[in-house]
Write a protein that binds this ligand. Sequence first.
Ligand code: GLA
Length: 727
Amino acid sequence: MPISYNEQRRVFRLDTPHTTYLMGLVGSENFLGHIYYGPSVPDDNMEYLLRLEESPFTPDGNARERASFYDCFPFEYPAWGGGNFREPCLRVRDARGGGNCELFYDSHRVFQGKPALEGLPATYGDGCETLEIVLRDPVLELRVHLLYTVFEDADAICRSARIENAGTEALDLTAALSASLEMDAEELEVITLHGSWAREQTIDRRPLRPGRQGTFSQRGISSHQFHPFLALCEPTATQERGLVYGMSFVYSGNFLAQAETDQYRRVRAVLGIHPDSFQWRLEPGASFQTPEAALVCSDSGLGGMSRTYHDLFRRHLIRGQKKHRPALLNSWEACYFDFDHERLLQLGREAARYGIELLVVDDGWFGRRDTDTSSLGDWRVDLKKLPGGLTRLAEELADMGVKLGVWMEPEMISPDSDLYRAHPDYAMAVPGRTPTQARCQLVLDLTRKEVRDCVYDQISAVLRSADIRYLKWDMNRPLTDVYSPSLPPDRQGETAHRYVLGLYELQERLVTDFPELLLENCCSGGGRFDAGMLYYSPQIWTSDNAEAVDRLVIQEGAALLYPLSSMGAHVAACPSHVNGRVTPFAIRGQVSLTGCFGYELDLDKLSEEEQALIPGQLAEYRRFGPIFREGDCYRLASYRENHTYDAVMAVAKDKSAAVVSFVQVRSRASRRSLRLRLAGLEETALYRREDTGEVRSGAGWMRGGVLMEAVLSDYLGRLIYLEQVRE
Ligand code: GLA
């Protein structure tokens, strides 16, 4: 039983394979406090960590210092009011304008399985147990249903809250976060991911300071700039050692991921929808469901946390994980908007020549889309470019043995489009103001059903018009005019979240109606690369920056949380269209093959030597791709940290084989070889290194490692493959 309740001690206990999570009821009023989250402990009697004896403030014994109690008690789900001056999870404005809320334990139940979260992406699957604790505010008659799910095969706790108005008057939620964790701030550091367009998911680690620190988005998307994730770790934590806590948000819109260190050096880490851009009207009887937070605690460093997230997401979040991930050729950096039927067939022939399975026709095939200034919203084939439409293109490609994929940007509308001319009100705009354009485009008001239907009808018509196997769903701007005429003025605070719900509904329809389609999300690269989108698409375009050296850093950040199978990774044109760097074709190929591989350039323009490398790259992707995508991932070296070389290793789940991708970016100015200790192998099994024939035990490879020969050159790539020797 992974979940239990000790009635005598009034302690809730959740056990994952290697961690324990304890909460307890306190005092005659039944406050719910967070006691412990960390590596497994057999004990239930950990309530001393609540420090109630030390504190003179416990209301049962000292009613006159109730505010001080609120100021220091480790609430499991903190609400604003009563003296809780730290960041709350829940904030309410009641019918009289009052803002206080107090939550007390009401009831609980434990059940097998996990309920779906209505309208939201969330973890799912068998082999799990769920605890529902109901907290209640007796004045507002507000009930908070805290859900905690524990999967048998994942060291994670998946949390969310449903807030129900059981009273007789409407009220407004002005904050409804998903999770809070309380711990001692002593000796902790905070890790976040930050960046920009073409520089997404860069890892940052720093000491925890007094006050609030963390990341957020108010851009309507999870964003390039920050990531819906926060980790806290011991300062000594390394890749494979030390305690690390991760909080990942299964959501794709505005968020707050924050650690707050208080006057007692306690830290409250919260994760949820950003309260500054959120409000939700709760009519009597209505509920609000928060998105899910996936919590991980690893006692084996950052790598342990990453592998737990990879397993959790692959097994219990990503639908379509098992879908075939074809090597593809994408038209974008090969020809941008400048193509016609013949040019695409030429790309198709290039693909066919090498056995590349799929041609993706990126932006430019619809409306009058010769630049990025028009036609979003008009998802009809440009017959001047493609006289036979996508139908004929797909047929002619099929004759060559190449499948067709297309790009769309369904959430957008160009002011210069037939859709905008017919329905200008479909674009989000604040009344009386000209909406702000970004990349010449406006955002469709997905909160409205008629707008969603209009978009969906067009998407499904395109997908039905030809044999289309893959869709790249792009989204190329933040939300700036967050207003919807579908809501009254005093409920406009719901718009940003309703937009995300509208997006989720659209993608749900898509994956339901087109179960065979391979969906790849994209948001100017990785502007919405989050766990929420992974529920709908098993892969996401990681960054518009496909230049290999920058990509090492971006992919390291993405792999901190997400399995390599989720990363779109292409060999792009050179010099890089994004950073101008000239990186050898072989290195570009090697960096890409750890993700979902493709080419995004004109293969005919490559030199003969480069073209000669293509069959080998494709063969390596076919051979090693499954291990990278499905295996356990170990970061052996980080170019971001050492500025010289990078090494990532994947071990097949059954430990029968492993592959290391080593990239020396810069010459090391040393004649001595470099020692790289391997990881994750079975200690006693024997492994043969394919390129040298050496045989050694797993322990030998892990303790001794491999010696990477000194080569006085920038840009050196090595793939090392090890296979178990079976008697
Ligand atoms: C975005 C995407 C690119 C490409 C272009 C097309 O920038 O990230 O990969 O699809 O749009 O306009």
